[in-house]
Design a protein around this ligand. Sequence first.
Ligand code: ATP
Length: 328
Amino acid sequence: MRKISKIGVLTSGGDAPGMNPCIRAVVRTALYNGLEVVGIRQGYKGLIDNDMYEMDRRSVSNILNLGGTILKTARCLPFKTDEGMEQAYQHAKARGIDALVVIGGDGTFTGALRFSRKYPDIAVMGVPGTIDNDLCGSTYTLGFDTATNTVIQAIDKIRDTADAHDRLFFIEVMGRDSGAIALRAGISCGAEAILLPERATAIDDLIANLKEGHMNKKSSSIVIVAEGDKNGGVYGVAKAVQEEVKNYDIKVTILGHLQRGGAPSSFDRILGSRLGFAAVNALIAGESQKMVGLQANHILMTDLEAALNHHEFKLEEDLLQMMDILSI
Ligand code: ATP
């Protein structure tokens, strides 16, 4: 069986609340098991630039409550090239790293899988860390819960002003090609409509719904538009609706990067801790090219390749049905 002695840990892609609790769990679980840990700064960039440092228990003190990531993150294009990967490998070997924990989203895992296939003597274990919640093999990804709660708080505030003025608000939320945040936030805030990339909404149907809502004496309406929605973006949708719905004063809000920040929720702190703990234990058990994830409240492993299979990823059918029925 593969035996490891030094783990490198990195965060890559978009930052997500919960990454810090995960880093802490990786470091302390590894040290507890007699392994050494190297922190790699700015994702794969730190491997290529040899920007790394030895971590001890104290280097992860007081970080459970911090959003972002103490290791920093980056989008690193050179890692996609053979030369970049070779440089990363040489630096990792020179440090004595024989296993990597990579915390990130699908791009991060794509890179990890390529790297590990090219250089199988370094084991890799993925931890799903992205607010987008778009990976197969984990019902929840790190940061999704916190980001959704942040969105809910913001929309509740917008609802107050919408109600006071009889306004119709179009609110764009993050998620890249995933409508997961939009769907959950929409149900939680009683949005009148939720536009998702996973399910096409005809603008005519949206307009008909909003007119019906007005006739039913709704004093305000909130329409959530996921950033990946295919109707031409939140401004395009708002403009098309304004031409047909004259009774409302229409406003557009893009929540933007505030969705990424803030202290991780209890859920993300526990999830980060569980996943970090499990990732190190899986590496110690000789595993590689896998992702640890949460399934039915158990931590299970999925092949990285399967985790990347977007076609298998689906939003929950009952939530989709509910969103139509409850918002009428
Ligand atoms: P998020 O879902 O939050 O955006 P992500 O992990 O999907 O996170 P990306 O920017 O897509 O974020 O990927 C992170 C990094 O992974 C890239 O900057 C790059 O260094 C590496 N990466 C992505 N795709 C590949 C690839 N095909 N080959 C090698 N490395 C890759």
